[in-house]
Design a protein around this ligand. Structure first.
Ligand SMILES: [Zn+2]
Length: 176
């Protein structure tokens, strides 16, 4: 009789242990899943940041003068004073942030105090690339805004690879 009771008590203990083990496994799985999701999110963010850093460097290396300054103010900008400024605003048109044609070197005055100097920016873009190319850029900006465009991981990685190679060539003094 005593033995039976003991056995029963052991079985209950074992059952409780099993339940608690299952609970902790479930908890651990949830924690791993959350960490995984966080890691994926942050790595997409870091990919976007990397692409921006590379794009901005390419622009500032290749354009040493402010794109929008008036002719009388044009002067060579030291590296530290070059800002990679957007034509289509990166907040209103986030899909255009990394588009090379949409980014040019600007001085602090044009980029900040003149709020990118849009009127002059348009004229300069038309001068450099032609009217049609700028209208196409606008089409792209509006389309991407309408579909809330976002680069996929693969697109980001491909752009990073291509532009890193481009940047390396520029930094090594080769023409691209
Ligand atoms: Zn300027």
């Amino acid at each position: 009789m005593q033995l039976q009771r003991k056995l029963l008590s052991y079985e209950r203990k074992l059952e409780k242990l099993k339940e608690s083990k299952e609970r902790s496994i479930k908890h651990l799985k949830q924690r791993i899943l959350k960490k995984d999701q966080k890691l994926k999110r942050s790595s997409m963010k870091s990919l976007r940041n990397s692409l921006w850093k590379i794009t901005s460097k390419i622009v500032r290396h290749t354009e040493k003068y402010c794109f929008t300054c008036l002719p009388k103010d044009k002067k060579l900008l030291p590296w530290k004073l070059r800002i990679a400024g957007h034509f289509f605003d990166k907040h209103e048109f986030p899909g255009m942030k990394w588009e090379m044609l949409n980014v040019h070197t600007q001085c602090e005055k044009c980029n900040r105090r003149r709020h990118s100097f849009g009127a002059r920016y348009s004229c300069q873009l038309i001068r450099k690339y032609g009217y049609e190319a700028i209208l196409k850029l606008e089409d792209l900006a509006l389309y991407r805004k309408s579909i809330k465009f976002k680069y996929s991981r693969e697109e980001l990685e491909n752009h990073i690879q291509d532009r890193s190679e481009m940047l390396k060539k520029i930094e090594d003094g080769q023409t691209v």
